[in-house]
Design a protein around this ligand. Structure first.
Ligand SMILES: NC(=O)c1ccc[n+]([C@@H]2O[C@H](COP(=O)([O-])OP(=O)(O)OC[C@H]3O[C@@H](n4cnc5c(N)ncnc54)[C@H](OP(=O)(O)O)[C@@H]3O)[C@@H](O)[C@H]2O)c1
Length: 258
């Protein structure tokens, strides 16, 4: 497969989907810049990519910190060249508790990573893309964004915010030559889902998810929802009475993932 992008930056590249996205992008020759907090893991994936003949650079940043995030991504841009593709993938999920106390601090952090992390990453690369009149901005959201779910409303609403943010950017930036895509995966096997103690329908392996994402991004879709059956299931939840959803998620709420 010929390379589509010369330089791509991936946040949350130290694990799961981001790790596999980095490898998938690097395989045909895209130079990849990898961002996350765990530098040892970033070094491992960069070494793996270099051993396979690819080019990878790393930068450590906590995406909840604006200055650190912008400077890490700009530093990667200086080392690798103008960025064609940004995949703001860093994210985390946690249940939303209402008792004995609400876990508001965790939800605040989740919003900072899932929403502001995307915003700061875009802030880092957008000026260059605007100047060149081209580029592709991608955020990894979730199929969970399509429905507020009991015990998950912090996560699902943070991802709904991402969808809305990216939609606005998409409409605004298209005339400036910049494409914007929101990627909404269903369940994928990663450390994030390893804690789930329920059967995850239509579960995909992370390398398969990354392959599907990279393949789809070549066509610059506005939104990429996958796998399709899980998308349809989420659509169905929009029409189900609240009581049905509450009962379906009762076990989950009684035994939330640790
Ligand atoms: N797995 C699924 O089923 C699934 C489904 C739908 C959507 N998603 C979304 O896919 C994305 C990747 O998730 P995953 O499943 O691959 O999870 P994962 O294996 O836990 O990876 C999460 C990545 O995000 C990074 N990250 C988390 N907090 C960060 C922070 N404050 N600053 C910088 N990086 C941070 C982590 O790196 P460090 O810890 O090293 O910083 C890690 O590289 C997330 O946005 C997630 O919401 C996942």
């Amino acid at each position: 497969m010929a390379k589509t992008w010369n330089v791509a930056l991936v946040t949350g590249a130290s694990s799961g989907i981001g790790w596999e996205l980095a490898k998938e992008l690097a395989r045909p020759g895209t130079k990849v810049g990898l961002v996350a907090r765990r530098g040892d893991l970033l070094d491992r994936i960069a070494a793996e990519i270099r051993t396979a003949g690819g080019i990878a650079e790393t930068a450590i940043a906590d995406v909840t910190e604006r200055v650190a995030t912008v400077s890490a991504l700009r530093n990667l841009q200086e080392r690798l060249g103008p960025v064609d593709l940004l995949i703001a993938n860093a994210g985390f999920g946690s249940p939303t508790f209402v008792e004995p106390t609400m876990n508001v601090e965790t939800l605040e952090t989740m919003y900072k990573v899932n929403v502001f992390g995307v915003l700061y990453s875009i802030e880092a690369v957008l000026p260059g893309m605007l100047e060149r009149g081209r580029g592709h901005l991608v955020a990894v959201s979730s199929l969970g964004s399509y429905k507020g779910l009991p015990g998950e409303s912090g996560y699902t609403s943070s991802k709904a915010a991402v969808n809305n943010l990216m939609e606005g950017f998409r409409i605004q930036l298209r005339p400036r030559g910049i494409h914007v895509t929101t990627v909404c995966p269903g369940f994928v096997v990663t450390p994030m889902t390893a804690r789930n103690n329920f059967k995850m329908p239509f579960l995909l392996k992370a390398d398969e998810a990354a392959r599907r994402i990279v393949r789809a991004l070549r066509y610059k879709p506005a939104v990429f929802d996958f796998p399709r059956p899980m998308r349809w299931l989420m659509e169905l939840t929009r029409w189900l009475p609240d009581g049905v959803i509450r009962r379906a998620m009762a076990d989950y709420n009684e035994n939330p993932p640790g």
